[in-house]
Design a protein around this ligand. Structure first.
Ligand code: ATP
Ligand code: MG
Length: 353
């Protein structure tokens, strides 16, 4: 929508992980090196953990994008698979027919498939994303799959990507056998202030922005403060910042502009007020921010008892909807003007004929 206004040839802050926009921050570079090291080892497990939205799936997609021809890769992103479902899913990802087959049959077919690949000089790689959702028994099943071997060389290598909750799962006492097969692991941290700025500039430039003075230094600081350097949060905010700049006809975005957008975004997403950090608040602490106006009362199991709390939530929702509507109105006006201009040009050209 705002692309042509800024002279961009694509949307710079899409939420879908796109390898062509891959930005190699210190941690992303390190995680990528671990994955590549893992590939060169051709055995064991590589584990990448990271906070929500820090770029795990992006890294996996970038790796898959550059993978060598002799590796046949499959990616699984499915929560809460049982061990049997995992086997089925892995087999079908490698295009093995699993219909009406027992687990034993599927495993046999999978083994023959892996042998066949090996005889063709190829090997299989399994990338398990969102691995924090896998039950322990399923991770154990993954380990069993890594036991398929040919002359001592494993036939299937796996990478596990998951949010922080994956760490305690792998630390569990009964996961020792799995742990011993981990060849490298790495944790993705959010971007620093400088990296956040470089990340934003990189994505804008990659999308074709020529104006390298679109944001003030203060604007970058504000963006960092609001997003804590988490790439997905940066993308969400930046998309709205660019929309705001376009609607308000701004060619320079300073701290004030970012502040306006962060307030809007906070309202819509029930995020903490501007200036505070982004740590999600419990209803009780949110109540504290309202000078005691909201008397939140919790039941023993942590549920909110107080109706007032929900009223405040509803008010926030109403504000957010109002905001969204006023944006829509602004946009409609803009499109209306555009159409009028086009129509005038059309009439002029017609009368010239
Ligand atoms: N290194 C990077 N280069 C470019 N874009 C990135 C990078 N890291 C993250 N992003 C962007 O941030 C957003 C979130 O990334 P991604 O989906 O990979 O995070 P995730 O860690 O897999 O999140 P989740 O924990 O929810 O699975 C995406 O829009 C992605 O494009
Ligand atoms: Mg992900």
């Amino acid at each position: 929508m705002y692309e042509s206004y800024y002279g961009l040839n694509s949307k710079p802050f899409q939420l879908t992980p796109d390898p062509s926009f891959f930005f190699a921050s210190k941690w992303h570079k390190r995680a990528m090196s671990y994955l590549q090291y893992g590939l060169s080892q051709a055995e064991g497990f590589i584990v990448i953990t990271g906070d929500i939205g820090t770029g795990k799936t992006t890294i996996a997609n970038s790796l898959l994008d550059n993978i060598e021809d002799d590796i046949v890769a499959a990616q699984i992103v499915t929560p809460k698979l049982s061990p049997d479902e995992l086997v089925k899913m892995v087999a079908s990802k490698f295009e093995i027919d699993t219909l009406n087959k027992t687990k034993a049959d599927i495993l046999k077919d999978l083994e023959s498939y892996l042998f066949k690949l090996h005889s063709l000089g190829k090997r299989a790689l399994l990338i398990v994303d969102e691995a924090q959702n896998l039950p322990l028994e399923t991770i154990e099943e993954l380990r069993m799959l890594s036991n398929f071997q040919q002359k001592g060389k494993p036939l299937l290598q796996s990478f596990l990507l998951g949010q922080e909750e994956l760490q305690p799962i792998l630390r569990a006492p009964n996961m020792e056998q799995f742990r011993q097969r981990i060849v490298a692991s790495c944790h993705l941290a959010p971007l620093t202030l400088d990296e956040s700025r470089e990340y934003i500039e990189y994505r804008l430039e990659h999308a074709g922005l020529k104006n390298d003075k679109l944001f003030s230094d203060g604007a970058f600081e504000k963006i960092f403060k609001f997003t804590n350097g988490v790439p997905r949060r940066i993308n969400t905010l930046m998309d709205r910042v660019l929309l705001y700049g376009f609607l308000e006809d701004l060619t320079y975005l300073d701290e004030e502009a970012i502040k306006t957008v962060t307030v809007e975004v906070s309202d819509e997403m029930f995020r903490p007020e501007e200036g505070s950090d982004l740590t999600p608040k419990t209803p009780a602490s949110a109540a504290g921010d309202n000078n005691g106006a909201v008397m939140t009362d919790m039941t023993e199991d942590g549920r909110v008892k107080d109706v007032q709390y929900y009223k405040t939530m509803l008010n926030e929702l109403t504000d957010a909807l109002d905001n969204a509507i006023s944006h829509k109105i602004k946009l409609t006006r803009y499109i209306d003007n555009l159409l009028k201009k086009k129509y005038k040009t059309y009439v002029r050209l017609k009368s010239d004929d």
